[in-house]
Design a protein around this ligand. Structure first.
Ligand SMILES: [Zn+2]
Length: 69
């Protein structure tokens, strides 16, 4: 994966999207935005997936005061 400055890719068709200031960002066009949106809605209503519980990452306890005499 390359990072070419501010080049983003349309999630719907993969075409490069110029900049976040683009009116349809992150999509290359309004059409792609609608396509993705409809896909998303369909998925939401057709796929009933159980939510996974939030898994807390293993966090090491902070180092306590060192045993100094
Ligand atoms: Zn697109």
């Amino acid at each position: 994966m390359t990072t070419d400055g501010n080049i983003f890719r349309c999630p719907a068709c993969g075409k490069p999207v110029p900049a976040p200031s683009h009116p349809s960002f992150p999509f290359c066009s309004d059409r792609c935005r609608l396509i993705d949106l409809s896909n998303w809605i369909e998925e939401k209503y057709t796929v009933a997936r159980p939510l996974e519980p939030d898994e807390e990452p293993d966090v090491a306890p902070p180092a306590g005061p060192s045993p100094q005499a």
